[in-house]
Design a protein around this ligand. Structure first.
Ligand SMILES: CC(=O)SCCNC(=O)CCNC(=O)[C@H](O)C(C)(C)COP(=O)(O)OP(=O)(O)OC[C@H]1O[C@@H](n2cnc3c(N)ncnc32)[C@H](O)[C@@H]1OP(=O)(O)O
Length: 128
């Protein structure tokens, strides 16, 4: 799994208990998965279709740094399936893990569109 993004927990990210608000974390995960899938599939019209069970194992507090990791588990016809883990850099604990996030590639009309991809591509190779 590669951890692409770090976030610094700020006052606006907290719930009334003073810990990281779960909805904020899910927003960050969804955006991270969307950005990753859009770049991999080379299609800005890529949407979140499915997210499996969410289990908050630990939390984070103001000032903590967290990191969001993603791993591709399957290239489908129009879908890309990812696995996600978020870790607290301060406590080294896992905050959340999501076994399955399915992103789907769409065409201009919003209909499912096969992406034709079968493996991870790296930007440096695309630039050659
Ligand atoms: C980043 C964002 O914020 S996006 C915003 C939130 N997301 C959305 O608004 C999406 C709204 N949903 C939709 O528009 C539609 O459900 C669509 C177009 C995405 C999919 O329509 P469907 O009729 O379900 O498509 P279809 O049955 O052809 O499935 C497409 C792919 O998704 C997969 N899929 C569909 N439903 C599920 C599911 N419940 N779980 C896992 N995978 C699924 C299919 O296996 C298929 O994969 P494949 O192409 O690799 O074989």
């Amino acid at each position: 799994m590669r951890f692409h993004t770090r976030k610094w927990i700020k006052p606006q990210d907290l719930n009334p208990n003073g810990t990281l608000f779960g909805g904020r974390l899910l927003e960050w995960i969804d955006e991270e998965a969307a950005l990753y899938a859009i770049i991999q599939l080379e299609n800005p019209k890529t949407v979140t279709k499915f997210m499996s069970e969410i289990d908050f194992k630990s939390s984070a507090k103001q000032g903590d740094i967290i990191e969001i990791g993603l791993e591709v588990t399957k290239f489908g016809t129009a879908s890309l399936t990812l696995k996600c883990e978020v870790r607290n850099k301060m406590t080294r604990e896992t905050i959340i893990s999501i076994e399955k996030i399915v992103m789907v590639s769409l065409n201009e009309q919003g209909k499912v569109k096969p992406h034709g991809k079968t493996e991870i591509e790296y930007v440096k190779d695309r630039l050659k």
